[in-house]
Design a protein around this ligand. Structure first.
Ligand SMILES: Cc1cc2nc3c(=O)[nH]c(=O)nc-3n(C[C@H](O)[C@H](O)[C@H](O)COP(=O)(O)OP(=O)(O)OC[C@H]3O[C@@H](n4cnc5c(N)ncnc54)[C@H](O)[C@@H]3O)c2cc1C
Length: 496
């Protein structure tokens, strides 16, 4: 048997691997950098109650308020209380946080946070700075074996639970199996299922599908956070234009120069207002010309604009709402364990109950590191006799599978039109019918179908889930939804 196998090279996977050290571990990842992880793209930073006027209870309350009645309060308390320790741990791993002249952390303030509590590194390049430090540390840690340019395809089970993984590697997609009793999925977001997204295009929820096929329960899939303002430059992914710019005075206007929403309203309200403008064939812009210190505070945003031929000190920035963060994911307990023996999940691919119906900004990097540490604690106790790492070549059709670009584009268009910011029974049923017809040939369609069916089942509007036909929040529905696969069919809220 091999060491535990972590799938994914973002912050969740790498922090777990480092927490386990010196215990041997294998990381299978498409990549740990080169724009293939959301972790590298994070701009704002990491939330933690370390400010002099702050307390864990305040951070927990802001998280619960954002989650619109669907957070798991014990998980919220546990994860927010670990915030200060996470910042210290990341600093020990080599992350250099921005500090004030007296040495204390230079904490940022973000929407829906009642206090300054966002630790950042190199201004709005936090994710890139964190991942540079983490990748260097992982490469220098002999107990971590990294298998790169590799994609997990299947998890195999025997009578006692997980027994091996099947993955493809390299340009020629050679297939290998690796025996292990412990697999941790840290495969990131599903938001590339939508036509416009801030996440890398490979982040379409492959891990969720593999987990469901192995028997895992998925939770709260209908809750997807749409960020109101990405730079509408036609790129995939679209660069994020942080709301911090609006906090500094940038204004949202349409092509006539008309203002149509209060810039500091919550993310979902601003996103829907922009969406309504676009549906009515208006163009939407952010006017950031009033902000003088862009190079110092927003180097990443400035760089994205300049690369698109825009100078935000003179030009209006075209923006649109985009899929940004999936609150739902593989259901886990407070130790990252799924309902399948030996299968764990962590990071954005998991659903611990921290975010509920809407994520509080900058809580996801925190969650990734806290849960990585907790899974490491569990594995350290369990797998002391595992250490051998020896993938076996095999011959299977799975690695020959390549989804057509037309199918991917079709799924993304369907998800955007019918499972996006505003949903209705008619639109969701239309999406479900079309995705069902595609599911034999398209893995994207299989994941989209699970999300669409969960969205159809929730007949209320709550947090990021907005139903035109059920516009009110229904207190009777303040419970999580669950999705499982039975013989390939999607079952929502199965009997326990
Ligand atoms: C533009 C942007 C800005 C953000 N800003 C912030 C912020 O300021 N603060 C905050 O807290 N959060 C932020 N987020 C969210 C946060 O970045 C993510 O939730 C977090 O980084 C997820 O980390 P992860 O390790 O779970 O996933 P990722 O970092 O996405 O890593 C996933 C890994 O899994 C690999 N993978 C996927 N499928 C497979 C497969 N089948 N086989 C092998 N490998 C696979 C990928 O290649 C990748 O290596 C932001 C997100 C974006 C997109």
């Amino acid at each position: 048997m091999s060491a535990p196998v972590i799938v994914g090279g973002g912050l969740a996977g790498l922090s777990l691997a480092l927490s386990l050290s010196p215990h041997p571990v294998v990381v299978i990842a498409r990549a740990m950098s080169s724009g293939k992880t959301s972790s590298e793209l994070a701009q704002g930073g990491i939330a933690s109650a370390v400010g002099p006027d702050d307390a864990v209870a305040f951070h927990a309350q802001d998280t619960l308020d954002a989650g619109a009645g669907l957070c798991d309060p014990a998980t919220v308390r546990m994860i927010t209380s670990e915030g200060p320790a996470v910042i210290e741990q990341l600093a020990r791993w080599g992350v250099v946080f921005d500090r004030m002249s007296q040495g204390g952390l230079n904490l940022g303030l973000e929407g829906a946070h009642g206090r300054r509590r966002i630790a950042h590194a190199n201004g709005d390049s936090t994710g890139a700075s964190v991942m540079t430090a983490m990748v260097a540390r992982v490469r220098a840690t002999p107990s971590i074996t990294v298998i790169e340019d590799a994609e997990l395809q299947e998890i195999h089970m025997d009578d006692t639970g997980v027994c091996s993984v099947l993955f493809c590697q390299g340009r020629d997609d050679k297939a290998y199996t690796l025996s292990t009793r412990h697999v941790i999925l840290t495969t990131g977001s599903s938001c590339a299922l939508w036509r416009h997204a801030t996440v890398p295009s490979l982040s379409w929820g492959h891990g969720l599908l593999i987990a469901a096929q192995a028997g895992a329960r998925l939770r709260d899939l209908e809750f997807v956070q749409f960020h109101p303002t990405a730079l509408d430059n036609g790129l995939d992914p679209m660069p994020l234009i942080s709301e911090a710019l609006r906090g500094e005075g940038a204004r949202l206007i349409n092509e006539k120069g008309e203002s149509f929403v209060s810039e500091l309203d919550p993310r979902d309200i601003v996103a829907r207002a922009i969406w309504a403008q676009i549906q009515n064939e208006h163009a939407v812009y952010l006017d950031a010309r009033v902000i003088s210190d862009l190079p110092a505070h927003f180097p990443t945003i400035l760089d994205s604009c300049l690369k698109s031929g825009l100078n935000p000190r003179e030009d209006l920035i075209p923006v649109r709402p985009v899929a940004h963060y999936h609150m739902g994911g593989i259901a886990t307990d407070a130790h990252g364990q799924t309902n399948v023996s030996g299968l764990f999940a962590c990071g954005e691919a998991a659903c611990t109950g921290l975010h509920g119906a809407n994520r509080l900004a900058s809580n996801s990097l925190l969650e990734a590191v806290v849960m990585g540490g907790r899974i490491a604690d569990t594995l350290r106790d369990r797998s002391l006799h595992e250490g051998h790492v020896d993938p076996t070549p095999c011959d299977v059709d799975t690695c020959a599978y390549h989804e057509s670009a037309e199918d991917v584009a079709r799924v993304r268009a369907l998800m955007t039109a019918h499972v996006g910011l505003r949903r209705s029974q008619t639109g969701l049923e239309q999406a479900i019918e079309s995705l069902s017809l595609m599911k034999e040939t398209s893995r994207h369609a299989q994941v989209g179908l699970m999300v669409a069916k969960a969205a159809l089942a929730r007949r209320e509007s709550r947090g990021a889930h907005d139903r035109l036909d059920y516009p009110e929040l229904d207190p009777q529905q303040a419970i999580s939804s669950f999705v499982t696969l039975h013989a390939g069919d999607v079952v929502v809220n199965p009997e326990k």
